[in-house]
Design a protein around this ligand. Sequence first.
Ligand code: LIP
Length: 248
Amino acid sequence: MDFKKIETIVKEAGKIIIKGKKDKSIKSKSEYNYVTNIDIEVQEYIIKELKEIDNNCKVIAEERINESEIDNAWVIDPIDGTTNYIHNYPHYAISIGYVKSGVITYGIVYNPETEELFTAKKGEGAFLNNEKISVSNIKKLKESLLGIGFPYDRKKAQYVFNKMSSLYMECQDIKRKGSAALDLAYVACGRLDGYFELDLESWDIAAGKLLVEEAGGSVKKVIRDQGIYTVATNRNIENEIIEFIKKY
Ligand code: LIP
């Protein structure tokens, strides 16, 4: 697979997103969960282009009904951070992961606003605009800058806020930026020391998970009554964060 072609596809998709800012139409998929016409246009563009280079490819994508199993598929979020995009808040990304026999072997996350292109191939490291990246070397939660996300299901909001307020007392600061893919990419390049969020979908995390792992970090699932947390860290603070999630 020539993954350089994927970078070209993603950058062209980014142009569609930027051009579409002026005339996007918005629909609600459910309460607080939105999709624009540009999400759909970008998704269909990416799938068309992927089929050109991998004509038997299977696809799992956010804005369609998915027939495939995730074990062998391209896993696509055309705009991760759609709410940010709707408000022209320049923090969102195209996220594409490539899963082969159940293993994520390639990931790409691209923010068309900043033109930051995060890529990783299994066993070959993680990169930001072709420069190798690595997680931070922060050793303690007390010294850490964390990312967090909030689930669409607002009935779970107070539960997450309670966790966040406890954690806030034990770290330097917490950021809620609204794109899981970029939160994971930021852990991979050391801008965040850790990140956690409840109820993420495969398309939110497929690419970012590989970025973090190839940059020397870890991504774990923590199962709680309220749902499943995705917890990404630089490894040093993993146990402290998971303890918090389990305790409060
Ligand atoms: C978003 C995630 C974000 C989460 C939002 C939403 P989408 O993905 O990237 O981290 O907090 O609730 O799930 O729906 O914009 O692709």
